[in-house]
Design a protein around this ligand. Sequence first.
Ligand SMILES: Cc1cc2nc3c(=O)[nH]c(=O)nc-3n(C[C@H](O)[C@H](O)[C@H](O)COP(=O)(O)O)c2cc1C
Length: 193
Amino acid sequence: MTVKEAIFKRRTIRKFKQETVPHNLIEEMIDCGRVAAFGGNMQPLKFSVIDDSAVIEELFPLIKWAAYLPDGAPMEGERPLCYIAVLGDRTIKDGNFETDAGAAVTNMMLFAEDAGLSTCWLGAIQRPKIKELLELDEKFDVLYLLAVGYAAQKSVMCDFSGDVKYFIDENGTVNVPKRPLEDVMVITKGTLK
Ligand SMILES: Cc1cc2nc3c(=O)[nH]c(=O)nc-3n(C[C@H](O)[C@H](O)[C@H](O)COP(=O)(O)O)c2cc1C
């Protein structure tokens, strides 16, 4: 798979097979996150693997799934068996972790795609409660969770027709509208063609 293929094929997946992801693949994902582009090369992020079923059960209600879909949250038997918690280390950098986290999560998602895994980047999460649940050291900010696993649903890109909301079609496939290239390109002084 080329990088471009991974970029275009990757879609958010929220329903997963109940199949454990080998730990070496999770580690490889984190390795890809580790070497992302970081402002000032500060590398202020840390990553924690959450795959203990008892903890995952407590973590699940602290996440808001698929805001646009009434039945978008995974049901029992479809829930992720593994999450990567992306943490900001305040002893390295005093906040402003967002862009760094974006770069790292993107690297991890693209590696996952190439490895046959699917992901859901989760930001609508109850951070203080998650920090408590994971018994994290005070120096860490919980930035994001990344659910990882084997897809048990289909999701595809579709043409944008005025609404950004993803939806489920008659086949049960999630459709994610993306604005067309011509809509996102802005011609300014300095644009030759
Ligand atoms: C910063 C960020 C936070 C997100 N948080 C959530 C979330 O809390 N719950 C969820 O179900 N999806 C979440 N998503 C996934 C988005 O809904 C998804 O990326 C978007 O609908 C586009 O779909 P695609 O990833 O398939 O292109 C988040 C994505 C990003 C980039």
